[in-house]
Design a protein around this ligand. Structure first.
Ligand SMILES: [Zn+2]
Length: 471
């Protein structure tokens, strides 16, 4: 109480509260300046502990100021009351492999195009209050969106912006940033860090030397490096000091016996993973090594989800798609059904390996990677990531922890965000239903609190119809 009084004296309320444009105010149900209480709600607090029923949470000046049993928690008389009976409250999602772009091929070549209007909205609407982009193709757009979201001019989560991919020649993906030597890799770090990027992502054809230089420069500035690797193994990257590895173990080339240093052989790496036993001691050794080196692992299950008997657009987002683009995705989905059995088998193992990593004490974080064959789209696939963790045997509180506290820990922001605790920033998602009865209830988001401002989730979703594919 004393603390908030002091804060009020130092900063006038107007400086504390986020200002929003008149247009954006249409999506706000409760401003951060209001005292808001959610009563009688089931609380999943992000720490991994069991859900607590009949809880009341008070939000004042953008912060959580009180949590307790409904029966004994007193509230200020001027607080707006939200009846949380039958609802679940979780922390705002902290997702670490998001993109502001989406798969749109150029002729027969894989490529991606920025979706600066639809994607930030969809992330926020689905409950993502903080995200790291997992590599950028339009860094200036990403950085401007970050600023404009912060200024209350656009809807979207808080963003940790990753610089353009650091990659060597190899793939014909026109949007990729290509470097030609190791010195250039280091220069990229400083150039983009000066522009405001706070994270770096190595890609599939880089060398150990490139990674060494990038890690050195980034760490000097207190910034982190992740990778979607292939030419460098997970073990090599961990030895060099990488902070995070993308796509669970799906991008690991560690098990390819014919692997040559710095050489890219994606088919060889895939074959080795297909052959690897789910309980392989070699995988256990790698997991132990990564845990010991404190390397995080990012789960991006939606982008690997098999096709048969599963949704075309994950999380139920078909209406958000431009019909012509949806048509294209459906065609690809139908083609994928032909080799679904191999990817199904590997997907099952991937689920198990991620759980093994988590249970070994590894920092498992999550994201969606809205690229691939186009079935994975912003927001809707964030729901799906949580559902797929449950399919992999995580408990509901564990899956929520992976998508909240663990992300916050990776970003070094766990003192402010990631759990529902008194004193923390009010980043919260109110869901209509009980997640422990049916995880699909995660799709029924009603209110998303970002820094204390409560946004109407469904109203935001309603603005993104037939848009993905345009912008
Ligand atoms: Zn990605």
């Amino acid at each position: 109480m004393k603390k908030s009084l002091l804060l009020g004296l130092l900063f006038p309320l107007s400086a504390l509260a986020q200002d929003y444009t008149a247009e954006l105010k249409n999506y706000i149900k409760y401003p951060a300046t209001a005292k808001t209480a959610i009563t009688d709600v089931t609380l999943i607090d992000g720490t991994g502990s069991q859900p607590k029923e009949h809880q009341t949470v008070l939000i004042e000046n953008g912060h959580i100021t009180k949590i307790g049993p409904k029966a004994t928690t007193t509230l200020p008389p001027d607080a707006s009351i939200i009846d949380g009976a039958g609802k679940t409250l979780i922390p705002g999602l902290v997702m670490l492999h998001e993109h502001l772009y989406y798969t749109l091929p150029i002729d027969s070549y894989f490529n991606v195009a920025e979706m600066p209007s639809s994607f930030p909205r969809l992330y926020l609407a689905s409950g993502v209050t903080t995200m790291r982009t997992g590599g950028s193709i339009e860094p200036f757009t990403d950085l401007s969106l970050q600023r404009m979201i912060g200024e209350g001019k656009l809807l979207g989560p808080e963003m940790d912006v990753t610089a353009p991919y650091i990659e060597r020649k190899g793939y014909d993906i026109p949007a990729l940033n290509i470097i030609t030597d190791t010195a250039l890799a280091a220069r990229e770090v400083n150039f983009w860090a000066d522009k405001g990027c706070t994270s770096f992502k190595m890609y599939m054809h880089i060398t150990r030397g490139d990674l060494r230089n990038v890690v050195k420069e980034a760490h000097k500035r207190g910034l982190k490096v992740t990778g979607h690797l292939c030419s460098v193994t997970y073990r090599e990257a961990a030895e060099i000091g990488i902070d995070d590895l993308e796509h669970g173990f799906m991008a690991s080339s560690d098990f390819d016996e014919n692997k040559k240093p710095d050489e890219f052989d994606r088919p060889g790496a895939s074959r080795a993973l297909q052959k690897l036993d789910v309980n392989s001691p070699k995988m256990k050794e790698l997991i132990q090594f990564l845990v010991q080196k404190k390397v995080a692992l990012t789960s991006t299950l939606p982008v690997f989800e098999p096709a048969a008997n599963r949704e075309v657009i994950q999380g139920g987002g078909e209406s958000a798609m431009l019909p012509q683009v949806l048509e294209m995705v459906k065609k690809r989905y139908n083609n994928a059904l032909a080799n679904d059995s191999a990817s199904s088998a590997l997907f099952k193992k991937e689920l198990a390996w991620e759980r093994q990593f988590f249970e070994a004490g590894g920092l498992l974080v999550a994201g969606t990677d809205p690229t691939g064959a186009g079935r994975t789209i912003a927001g809707y696939s964030d729901y799906r990531e949580i559902e797929l963790l449950i399919e992999g045997g995580f408990t509901v509180p564990q899956a929520i922890q992976v998508c909240t506290l663990n992300g916050a820990r990776y970003l070094g922001r766990e003192k402010n965000i990631g759990t529902i605790q008194s004193g923390k920033q009010a980043d919260l998602v109110l869901i209509d239903g009980d997640l422990t009865k049916d995880i699909k209830n995660i799709r029924k988001t009603t209110l998303v609190f970002k820094n204390g401002t409560a946004f109407d989730s469904q109203k935001i979703f309603a603005t993104v119809k037939e848009k993905i594919g345009i912008n």
